[in-house]
Design a protein around this ligand. Structure first.
Ligand SMILES: O=C(O)CCC(=O)C(=O)O
Ligand SMILES: [Fe+2]
Length: 298
């Protein structure tokens, strides 16, 4: 497939802005995904392809260096693309950031963060093992000034409702009053839905994003999304790649609280500081630029 065939059409972009999500064509090769799966298995064995001074810092995201022996439990690994070359190649695919730029209208796309998600098989939907509670990604990043961030969700095999594919709530990127939606770890979806503030008065329409391997879905940083249990007999694996537009900057919210510092992302511990002493969200080591308008795709 050539580059322009892989890009969203003008109608796709309009739909993304209306609905808050987009599903790509098959844009990733089987080899790339096979390398990512192998990379994730290496990570789960504690074999890192590259280490950083912060790699073993327990304050830097979670699940670090924990031997991955219990395959009945779900988990999410932060910074997986830093520690695995196979996952890095997947996360930094030029076509993914080019699509992110087209959807958001940004002229520059930088890396923000990633999460490697392993959803273990659950015996039944009632079990709720591995459920990702409905949430808005942006609520986890209050120190980001930008409202134009976007997530690329990359399944490492076919995903359907049976193995707990990603589910988005259509149009919910406009529901901006849900400040408490830091509910990734809440497994009771009905409880979350009962608390949602639907500021636009729209119907709550859940859209399961059923993808074939090689497709990628994209959601706006305010789109409410989550996933249900995996009732297949194999794990559901995906890499979430969260991206920032070039205009994103750090914002200090700690004046809101006397108990400083409340608003801190683990990135703030590891990225370089700007001249004003605040975290620099354009540090090329942590937030490489993946797309600039006018660049040809590699
Ligand atoms: O894979 C999942 O269940 C959740 C992924 C997610 O929250 C995201 O990609 O932002
Ligand atoms: Fe998310």
């Amino acid at each position: 497939m050539n580059e322009s065939d892989a890009m969203p059409s003008a109608q796709d972009i309009a739909d993304y802005r209306e609905n808050g999500y987009y599903v790509s064509k098959k844009i990733l090769s089987d080899d790339l995904i096979a390398d990512a799966i192998e990379g994730s298995e290496r990570l789960y064995r504690g074999e890192y392809d590259e280490r950083f001074p912060w790699s073993d810092n327990p304050d830097v995201d979670r699940s670090f260096g924990v031997p991955f022996t219990d395959r009945t439990r779900s988990r999410a690994e932060g910074y997986a693309s830093f520690h695995s070359f196979g996952l890095r190649a997947l996360a930094r695919q030029p076509i993914i950031s080019a699509i992110a730029a087209a959807l958001t209208g940004a002229t520059e796309i930088r890396y923000w963060k990633d999460q490697l998600i392993y959803k273990a098989p659950a015996a039944s939907p009632a079990e709720r093992e591995g459920v990702t509670g409905f949430h808005q990604d942006k609520r986890y990043w209050p120190t980001c000034r930008s409202d134009r961030m976007i997530t690329a969700w990359i399944p490492l095999h076919d995903c359907s409702t049976r193995n707990g594919c990603l589910v988005v709530i259509k149009g919910s990127h406009r529901w901006r009053n849900n400040h408490a939606l830091v509910t990734f770890d809440e497994t009771n979806q009905d409880y979350i839905k009962s608390k949602l503030i639907n500021s636009e008065g729209e119907d709550l329409v859940e859209v399961p994003l059923q993808l074939r391997r090689g497709q990628v879905s994209f959601h706006d940083c305010y789109t409410i999304h989550g996933s249900y249990p995996n009732v297949s007999d194999a794990p559901r694996r995906a890499l979430s790649v969260h991206l920032q537009d070039g205009e994103n900057r750090y914002r200090d919210l700690n004046f809101l609280s006397k108990a400083k510092p409340v608003y801190k992302h683990s990135h703030d511990l590891i990225c370089r500081k700007a001249d004003n002493g605040f975290p620099d969200y354009s540090d090329p080591e942590i937030f490489p630029t993946l797309y600039r308008a006018g660049d040809a795709l590699a």
